[in-house]
Design a protein around this ligand. Sequence first.
Ligand SMILES: [Zn+2]
Length: 345
Amino acid sequence: MYDEKEERRMAKGERFILLGVLGVLGVLGILGSCSKQTAVVERPAFNADSAYAYIEGQMAFGPRVPNSKAHNDCAVWLIQQLRAKGAKVELQRGQMPDYRGNMQQIYNIIAHFSTPEIDARPRILLGAHYDTRPWCDEEADYADRYYNVPGANDGASGVGVLMEIGRQLGQRIADSTLRTPVDIVFFDVEDMGTPRFYTGIEREDTWCLGSQLWAENYVKSERVKELKSERYRFGIVLDMVGAPDASFPRELYSTQYAKNYQQQIWRAAEQLGYGALFNQQQSYPITDDHYYVNYIAGIPCVDIIHYDISNGTGFASWWHTRNDDMSNISRSTLQAVGEVVMSQL
Ligand SMILES: [Zn+2]
């Protein structure tokens, strides 16, 4: 039978033992801190200058609007760069209907960082979209809506951070220190969702076409059926991660589908000293590539996305405007995001 008094006594006894242990640990801690001044977590290697250069490199092509020469040239360049780092790269092609029902060509870039010794281990998925939005439909001036978004933050920033992470992973392959296989996926046609000026019905599934295609292919793939287990432990998607005044609250779909991983990432950010950037606010659910990785592929996936709860749209003032350029990219934000993602690999 349940004896409450006994339980209380036990608890008290345990508390004494616990206090004793804590006391010893405290002394050890004081002694330890004299000899070791370093932080609790090791700061992972990440070079923001390299990430910045990869953003500039993408911007040099011009807006990477799907089916444009700039988009295709940028894709070729990214593939070459990934291969040079030691990744096995595949181009996944397909078609998905856009907001008018017209089929859009999709080219997802998938880079595998692995070695034969570790290849059977569950992988980590890192993603960002590399396309840019064809319309500046958040411009105050209606005449500006048909300009392409330059996409320094909305597109290039996530890819830039992941290219530098790819460089770090390539180094690990060369040094034989890579422990977990990582796939970096550059999703295509994320940002062609129903434009504001469209008078027809707005559909939410017109966003993130590349990740929808990727996730559908993933669940159909023979390898997944064969393994009958999770090929990926978890995923992280980066979107708009370069602004000097960035704010990364906890995005709600990530909380719903991948709460443990979100907590783990935000805790790491805090330990690395980026608790103000990766803050404790909860954002609304955002339809970004991670949503389909969660919803269709069933892989727990966390979105790191610039979101300002105090702003009307929830997004920054440059979002989907002609101002989404290099003036809104900060090396210190890239450094923070890069280190936090690297701490999970
Ligand atoms: Zn966008």
